[in-house]
Design a protein around this ligand. Structure first.
Ligand SMILES: [Zn+2]
Length: 105
């Protein structure tokens, strides 16, 4: 009977075991961050370990990407800082993973 609490827990556990692990990656697996210009689609790729500043202008077409001093710029800077700190962390008690959305065709 699948409607008992134990049955439901078993069903959830079975569902969790069948999750496609290729859709899950560790924080430490992130190598690069990519920014793409919405106008010319030029791409700026930075190694996470070398990412120094948020690109504000497209290096290909010179159009602005994000306004300096804007909330978006600040959020990107904080993302950079947070990722850097988390990657430098040696906390063995916490493993951070990201799961990609499943694209259904
Ligand atoms: Zn551009």
């Amino acid at each position: 009977m699948g409607t008992t609490e134990a049955g439901i827990i078993r069903a959830i556990a079975k569902e969790l075991m069948t999750i496609d692990n290729s859709q899950i990656f560790d924080l430490k697996d992130i190598a690069n961050i990519q920014f793409e210009c919405g106008k010319c689609h030029g791409r700026y790729v930075a190694r996470l370990s070398d990412w120094r500043k948020v690109p504000v202008v497209c290096s290909n077409c010179n159009e602005p990407l994000v306004k300096a001093e804007s909330l978006e710029h600040e959020a990107l800077q904080r993302l950079k800082d947070a990722l850097t700190k988390l990657l430098e962390s040696k906390n063995p008690d916490l493993i951070i993973r990201f799961e990609l959305t499943t694209v259904k065709s």
